[in-house]
Design a protein around this ligand. Structure first.
Ligand SMILES: [Fe+2]
Ligand SMILES: [Fe+2]
Length: 303
């Protein structure tokens, strides 16, 4: 599937986006997919800066020099992604969206639940527990990166965003192309830090069983939060549905329009993770991602 040799040097592309002519409903006639995907702008900066903090702690445990280079490239790419989505947060604020209630939940997840002392449990200052907690968080990053990688490939294959706002579409496409580009790093780092194959397999499954429902819940919850603030009462009505109702509306919309990945697509990707032979290498096409990065308007503007 992949024409590029396995090792590929990861570089950050410090792109800039000007959202001054972009609408909040950036996918035409689709407030449901627009808000749900806009919600990602609220989650990512906190999540990706957390990835960077965890990986900086994990660096001393990386023995393989190629993996070390990949992890450093990964950190630089994720920090750049986080900054781009902070710009998108400002854009939403300029359109009078109140993001603070969603930030409270997101910051609790990445700052308290997954922080240095989870839920304030000081016992983790004991060395073996501290290391176990680092392994756990590296594993959580690997599970999340499975989704960013497969969603990245979905985005590379997608055509419906061609009719969407070009700046916002390019921001997500640039980001997701880099997710495809670095899709193996988190998995390989998790394996490096937990080398026992049986423990690695079991813990990988355990962490995905936690990450998958939380990932879907947070996406739907944040999307709902934005939808409730839409000026159109019909959209507000959808956003006041239960989370199950919102997900089902989203899924129908995604299926009919291909404006977002369906829940079936995401569930199938999660099931593939169960295989003992699973590796993200086969989950995406690096060349296709690099081809997008070569023609991305924001990347071209760097030249
Ligand atoms: Fe990212
Ligand atoms: Fe990533």
């Amino acid at each position: 599937m992949n024409a590029i040799p396995h090792h590929h040097k990861l570089v950050a592309r410090p792109v800039k986006f000007d959202f001054s002519n972009s609408p909040v409903q950036w996918i035409p006639n689709d407030p449901v997919c627009s808000h749900l995907i806009n919600g990602i702008n609220l989650i990512l900066p906190a999540g990706e800066f957390w990835f960077c903090r965890v990986y900086n702690k994990a660096l001393p445990y990386v023995k393989d020099p190629i993996l070390m280079d990949d992890v450093k490239g990964f950190i630089r790419q994720e920090a750049t992604h986080a900054r781009a989505h902070q710009g998108a947060q400002e854009f939403l604020k300029q359109h009078d969206y109140d993001l603070e209630p969603a930030f409270k939940k997101i910051n609790w997840i990445f700052g308290i639940l997954l922080g240095e002392s989870p839920l304030g449990i000081k016992q983790l200052e004991i060395k073996p527990l501290e290391h176990f907690w680092l392994i756990t968080r590296v594993g959580v990053v690997a599970a999340i990166e499975h989704f960013t990688g497969v969603l990245g490939q979905w985005c590379m294959d997608n055509k419906s965003w061609d009719k969407a706002d070009p700046v916002i579409a390019d921001m997500f496409r640039w980001h997701l192309a880099e997710e495809v580009e670095h899709r193996c790093v988190a998995f390989d780092l998790f394996k490096e830090i937990l080398p026992n194959p049986i423990l690695f397999y079991l813990y990988r499954q355990f962490l995905m069983a936690l990450v998958f429902p939380i990932f879907i819940y947070v996406l739907a919850d944040v999307g709902r939060h934005l939808g409730k603030q839409d000026p159109d009462p019909a959209v507000q009505k959808i956003a006041h549905k239960s989370l199950f109702g919102i997900l089902s509306t989203y899924n129908k919309q995604a299926k009919a329009t291909d404006n977002g990945p369906t829940l079936t697509f995401i569930t199938k990707a999660t099931i593939r993770w169960i295989s003992p032979k699973f590796h993200p290498e086969t989950e995406g096409n690096t060349q296709q991602a690099l081809d997008y990065l070569a023609r991305s308007p924001a990347v071209q503007a760097l030249k």
